[in-house]
Design a protein around this ligand. Sequence first.
Ligand code: AMP
Ligand code: GLY
Length: 444
Amino acid sequence: MNVLVVGSGGREHALAWKIASSERVNRVFVAPGNAGTATECNDIENVPISELDFPALIKFAKQNKVGLTVVGPETPLCAGIVDAFNTEQLRIFGPDKSAAQLEGSKSFCKEILRRGSVPTASYNVFTGGDEAISFLQNRDIPLVIKADGLAAGKGVFVCNNKNESMEAVMRIKKRREFGNAGDKIIFEEKLDGEEVSIMAITDGKTILTLQPAQDHKAAYDDDKGPNTGGMGAYSPAPVVDSKMLQWIEERILVPTVYTMNNNNTPFKGVLYAGLMITKQGPKVLEFNVRFGDPECQPILMRLQSDIVEIFEAVIDGQLDKINMPKWDERIAVCVVMASKGYPDEYKKGEEIRGLKDAANLPNTKIFHAGTVIKESKPDQITGNIETQILTNGGRVLGITALGETIADAKLAAYSAVKKIRWDGAWCRKDISDKANKHFKAANN
Ligand code: AMP
Ligand code: GLY
């Protein structure tokens, strides 16, 4: 079978790599992909179609006998790619447009959580900016203020006092920095604790929970600095033990899937719960409707089962028929290397060196995110073409390594990082350190 992966980040490189390892798969196409998917192996090929050009993607899938399409990012899911493919009788893994609202509208998500009695921060939703401002008049308390719609992870403000809250309202409602995504504004109680990502795959009837992972959303060490898409991740995440994972399934995942069915917006695909482990227990910060990036990279490095079998079972509504997934017991750590200036403005087009040396290290995989191939003009005498790999985004690479202990995995990942360089490359130095206190506590 041929498979089409839609997207161009580190998550999509990891998905294409894992899908290509399936015995059921002949070729994997990635639209539009990156330099990593272009150079991974002969079975994987990039196709220059944007993730939002549904007619071109459908035409390509038909012409190339694509038997399964897997969508990485939220934007095409929220724009209805699954509905468009289904209309053409093409098999595609992911939620349809109505179910993708769980990520595409934070007020929709909160309403589902409320109806399902799922633990989450208390909240208020406002449509008018003036209403929101008058709500703030008598409240000088910490609040988290969010634009309702998709804002590439930038529409959330953790505010410590009234002034900060006012500024967030101005940015969302008055200056309309997030456009229509700010039509509604959500005020949430600020929760304290440690964050964890729990991803589950569901066909709307059966839920298959993947191993927990922990992201590092802040740009700098010790969780300082602005929020990013994620500067690194590791799995498993010992902040969630098996008892807590069961509680999360029963109190968070099951009621969410059940309420989505009752709402006539049944959910099929990856249900990603961003959770805060508070003193009162886990509470939902957000739902995403796709794999986390970079959480997907360490999770897929550890998944030993055939992921294509799982995707197909979801499409067929037969997830109850397949075996539980098998996991590598080792720990995987993924360190994101970023461009200078990220998450604000950054420069593209820097040549990346050292990739081959790093890729030769044992138990290590270099997943590309914002990278592109540049080919020179053919040499006038030899006809040879030289290729370079250049930076093409804020998050550039996800260096992922397996180890028997968290220390081994961290060391292996950072050893590979040291071999790679470009002008302005940087990364956090403390990815996975949060796990240490939990591993120590569990072993005492
Ligand atoms: P979201 O996109 O809703 O997950 O928010 C992005 C980030 O903002 C989360 O990963 C948290 O670090 C933080 N955040 C969101 N909601 C809350 C909340 N209610 N309390 C504390 N932090 C939050
Ligand atoms: N790493 C966070 C996300 O994928 O939303």
